[in-house]
Design a protein around this ligand. Structure first.
Ligand SMILES: [Zn+2]
Length: 111
């Protein structure tokens, strides 16, 4: 990756992390324990439980993605940044810029 692509990666990664932080914050609210006698308005308790488990899954995946992007950001100046972790081939810059959190080439990722 050239300097421009690296700068683009840093900017995209920072934006994505900020947006994930906002998601994580709101999902943390949605995953608070549901009190048995809570007044839920139109939502039934079953709906609330269902929503909570969806929010928990989304929260876990948002946290994982944030960690992965952060890790990639930390590696950006390493000579191996663009190397596929599995086969060692160069990962195209476009793929890295699009996915942000990948450290494998398309072939390895689809196998
Ligand atoms: Zn590979």
């Amino acid at each position: 990756m050239n300097q421009e692509e690296k700068a683009e990666f840093k900017e995209k990664a920072a934006n994505e992390i900020a947006s994930l932080d906002a998601d994580i914050c709101s999902l943390e609210n949605d995953t608070q324990p549901i009190a048995p006698d809570v007044s839920l308005g139109r939502l039934t308790r079953m709906d609330a439980i269902q929503n909570k488990s969806v929010a928990e899954a989304n929260l876990a995946s948002a946290r994982t993605r944030k960690q992965r992007i952060q890790a990639r950001l930390d590696q950006i100046d390493s000579p191996d940044f663009q190397k596929c972790k599995r086969c060692g081939k160069e990962i195209p810059a476009a793929r890295i810029l699009y996915l942000l959190d990948t450290d494998t080439c398309l072939e390895c990722a689809s196998n």
